[in-house]
Design a protein around this ligand. Structure first.
Ligand SMILES: Cc1cc2nc3c(=O)[nH]c(=O)nc-3n(C[C@H](O)[C@H](O)[C@H](O)COP(=O)(O)OP(=O)(O)OC[C@H]3O[C@@H](n4cnc5c(N)ncnc54)[C@H](O)[C@@H]3O)c2cc1C
Length: 477
């Protein structure tokens, strides 16, 4: 039986931010996840935005935690070497009826403490973003909205937590709990039983199933699907701000997003679905994104799309964040309803939960030598010629390009595999260093990536997985 002080279920943004926060203290912490990698479900398939709380429902826990987290995030990203672009956002006002909505939104922003969310005239908006529809009537400008690589953020939380002593057990699904007399005696998983004084449910889309295991589920998770287009680097019309539709109560609407990796994202939709695993894009969803995006930016080249993907938001009924310290089962903490804002809010949620644990009696003794910082993998593609020469001189494998589209070298792939909580599958490598993310989507580099994984992990090539337990890259018959 694996025994620890704290067991976190889920290695998404919330679970990994919590693991890092708890790693500051003299506690044994274990994180389990059903997936083969850290990075979560929703956490790896989203827009990657750190947005202010301007449009959040006023006075809610979600608004509070997002506001707190937004102000912390840049320092944390600096400490963890996570790239962020501080691009700001613009919501163009295209119709007269949107003017009143925009005015109401600025009032709401004021109530949420966001004083720099303002309506600008058409001329100013077009100066900031000349690609926008020239017929616009004005726009809402929000200068502190930012974009990050969401996967690097979450894996950086995890790597740093692991360096500070947190244990990650992956490919490990929680299947049930043994609860008697208000106490969790064992957490059953596909990798045996775990025991902990504190069990934290950070299972995202599946948090209802985990809460039901301790009879604490009085809510419903409503999967809300979001489809996206990914554009190639070399598309001729690009934006320098996040462009969003004027938001509605349900969604921020379609966005055109400049990214740290220089691939524009266009999306998402917001459709309630039944199936939590429904990762299929749809013709109607993609067509509606295209219509809305072209209405805002008529020059976009949709023929430069290189792929599409889906993310599922763990929306909740009743709506909103719910962070609950169970009275029935002391030591069980349920986190639910972390829907469209959780990447940003993750570090706020982590601080809030740890403070709650302290109030509930946990002694938090600071660890000596806690490592605040982490260095990311140096990207060959971003280096100057002189830096490239120095990289190759320090490690000749920086001179061996594996992914031609994204200029990813063997040196980067080896680091992705051998770091704490390292990559074990083709998709895990793709997310960490971008091998396979380019125009050919892995057509060229996948065979070499398979070879490298097999060699480094000491397994046959037939056992190399794309992702998950059963998705093998090669025919095993
Ligand atoms: C389309 C879309 C756009 C978004 N845009 C943004 C944005 O721009 N900015 C922002 O801040 N937020 C955004 N979000 C929201 C954000 O992605 C989520 O709020 C956040 O990722 C939730 O993180 P999480 O850790 O709670 O969940 P997840 O990332 O889903 O992680 C939960 C983890 O729990 C694991 N798990 C589940 N069940 C079990 C089990 N039985 N046993 C073991 N492990 C289990 C899963 O495998 C998963 O890894 C967006 C979401 C979507 C879908």
């Amino acid at each position: 039986m694996n025994k620890s002080d704290v067991l976190i279920i889920g290695a998404g943004a919330v679970g990994c931010a919590l693991a890092r926060e708890l790693s500051k203290y003299k506690l044994s912490v274990t994180v389990v996840d059903k997936n083969d990698d850290v990075g979560g479900d929703a956490s790896k398939s989203n827009s990657g935005l750190f947005s202010t709380s301007a449009t959040m429902p006023v006075g809610t826990l979600e608004c509070k935690l997002r506001t707190i987290a937004h102000s912390m995030m840049m320092n944390i990203c600096k400490d963890l070497d996570v790239p962020v672009i501080e691009c700001g956002s613009i919501a163009p006002i295209l119709y007269p009826e949107q003017i009143e909505t925009a005015k109401a939104l600025t009032e709401k922003a004021f109530l949420n403490g966001v004083y720099d969310y303002e309506i600008l005239p058409a001329k100013d908006i077009l100066e900031l973003e000349p690609t926008l529809n020239p017929n616009l009537l004005g726009g809402i400008y929000s200068p502190r909205d930012k974009q990050c690589n969401q996967f690097i953020l979450v894996s950086a939380f995890a790597e740093n937590a692991a360096e500070n002593g947190v244990e990650f057990v992956l490919d490990c699904a929680v299947t049930g709990m043994d609860v008697k007399d208000g106490k969790i005696h064992a957490v059953h998983t596909t990798k045996g039983d775990f025991q902990a004084t504190w069990v934290i449910n950070a299972a995202g889309l599946y948090c209802d199933e985990i809460s039901a295991m301790v009879d604490e589920c009085d809510f419903k998770i409503n999967p809300r699907k979001g489809e996206f287009y990914v554009f190639s680097h070399d598309t001729p019309v690009k934006v320098s701000h996040i462009i969003s539709s004027v938001p509605s109560p349900k969604t921020r609407g379609v966005l055109v997003i400049p990214t740290v990796d220089n691939n524009m994202l266009v999306g998402p939709t917001a459709d309630d679905v039944e199936d939590k695993t429904d990762a299929k894009t749809t013709a109607s969803g993609l067509a509606s994104i295209k219509d809305q995006a072209l209405n805002m930016i008529p020059g976009l080249h949709f023929e430069d799309t290189i792929t599409q993907f889906v993310g599922i938001r763990p929306a909740r009924t009743p709506e909103g964040y719910d962070i609950r310290f169970s009275e029935k089962v002391p030591g069980f903490i349920g986190i639910s309803g972390v829907r469209s804002t959780g990447l940003t809010a993750s570090v706020g949620i982590a601080g809030y939960v740890v403070h709650g644990m302290k109030e509930a009696g946990l002694e938090l003794e600071r660890k000596e030598g806690w490592k605040r910082t982490r260095k990311g993998i140096v990207r060959f593609a971003d280096a100057t010629d002189a830096e490239k020469d120095a990289l190759i001189a320090s490690n000749p494998l920086y001179g061996k390009i594996i992914c031609r589209c994204e200029q990813v070298t063997e040196a980067e792939i080896l680091q992705a595999i051998h770091r704490p909580v390292g990559a074990k599958t083709v998709d895990a490598i793709k997310r960490r260093v971008r091998a396979g993310m380019g125009r050919c989507q892995g057509g060229f580099c996948s065979p070499m990536v398979i070879e490298i994984i097999a060699r480094e992990l000491g397994i046959p090539e037939e056992d190399v997985r794309k992702r998950g337990a059963k998705a093998f890259m090669l025919d095993r018959d």
